[in-house]
Design a binder for this molecule. Structure first.
Ligand code: GLA
Length: 357
């Protein structure tokens, strides 16, 4: 074996967003936390000039030159994008074999894409013998992969949640300043659970992009540099749909800080009410719920949830529910796939830095 042969591994977690939806791309506030499930990437030098990637989940491979990846489609776009972005930063990558192990359901709104880009980037930087990038820069790189190599217009919520995760904490992220403040998440006998609505994903990307466009239009009409600056009177100056979007953003930012205060006070009943309010706003003002999500909400409520809300980009995805002590989430029936062990107390985990083996 060559003297510089190396093997590294990196893990990046998926995330649950406790509250603060459709606020990241409006310079607002959100309160995500990392879950125990995530993506593990191992990489080892191969001695040639190719990158050979295996997705264990799909049983599929991809091969491309380590010095000039062309764009790919589907899952293949991730490694090609990460390599392309690292090369653009001047990181020279050795030929290598990369293996992706996935412990996160894709498309369930638990941020498998951000976990994959984060784990690939951490592993490949370590393999190249480079120091880790500063985490905000790392999050931006991962976001460029999704925007430019996959064509997904996401904000920075998922990447920051995965890269800044701390045990036992949610993260209050202020997207105007990109500051991340840990907030202890002690649920004291309550249980947070996630259920996949099973809604088809077909409309999710176009619906999400429509909402982003509406926010840009509202911001321009109000003459603001972001909707973070909008005041409670601003919606009155806008036509109906744009007024509703802006009201959601203003009130959702307030709900994030009210949730932080409720967590600090140990008032989980108040957190549950805030989840319900967030959902009502996403349904009525942001208009991004769909019937399968509403059915999942109803199923979780009748199973005893004290509060629940849809999570992520909307038009499908997962529902987050908070169950009080003595009312544990039901075992997952077909239509209510509660993520195994989805209790905040056992789900929190720090992403491990890649460690050479
Ligand atoms: C998706 C995006 C995030 C964020 C949420 C909505 O999960 O990836 O950047 O915009 O939707 O809060």
């Amino acid at each position: 074996m060559a003297a510089d042969s190396r093997r590294v591994t990196a893990f990046a977690p998926g995330r649950v967003n406790l509250i603060g939806e459709h606020t990241d791309y409006n310079d607002g506030l959100a309160l995500p936390f990392a879950i125990e499930r995530g993506i593990t990437v191992t990489a080892e030098t191969s001695g040639d000039e190719e990158i050979d990637v295996l997705s264990e989940l799909l049983g599929e491979r991809d091969r491309f030159p380590s010095t000039a990846p062309s764009p790919g489609t589907g899952w293949r776009a991730f490694a090609r994008g990460v390599v392309g972005e690292l090369l653009a930063l001047g990181v020279a990558l050795p030929g290598c074999r990369v293996r992706i192990s996935n412990d996160l359901p894709a498309g369930a709104g638990l941020s498998s894409s951000a976990a994959l880009t984060a784990a690939l980037t951490l592993a490949l930087l370590a393999l190249a013998g480079e120091p880790e990038l500063e985490r905000i820069a790392l999050a931006r790189l991962c976001s460029r992969v999704e925007n430019d190599w996959l064509g997904a217009q996401t904000g920075l919520l998922d990447q920051l949640a995965s890269l800044f995760a701390l045990p036992g904490c949610a993260l209050r992220i202020d997207f105007a300043t990109l500051t991340v403040e840990p907030v202890p998440l002690a649920v004291e006998g309550w249980t947070l659970a996630v259920a996949d609505s099973g809604a088809p994903r077909a409309l999710a990307a176009s619906g999400y992009n429509d909402r982003r466009r509406e926010c840009r239009e509202a911001q321009a009409a109000l003459g603001l540099s972001s909707l973070r600056e909008a005041t409670a009177e601003d919606p009155e100056r806008l036509p109906g749909p744009l007024a509703r979007r802006v009201r959601h953003v203003i009130e959702e930012n307030h709900r994030v800080d009210r949730t932080v205060a409720a967590l600090r006070a140990g008032d989980l009943a108040a957190v549950a009410r805030l989840l319900d309010d967030s959902h009502a706003s996403l349904r009525e003002l942001y208009e991004c719920s769909v019937p399968p999500v509403e059915r999942t909400m109803a199923a979780l409520r009748s199973a005893g949830a004290a509060g629940a809300r849809m999570m992520g980009g909307g038009f499908g995805g997962s529902v987050l529910a908070l169950f009080p002590p003595g009312a544990p989430p039901p075992p997952p029936p077909e239509a209510l796939a509660v993520a195994p062990g989805a209790a905040a107390s056992v789900l929190l985990r720090t992403p491990t830095s890649p460690s050479p083996h």
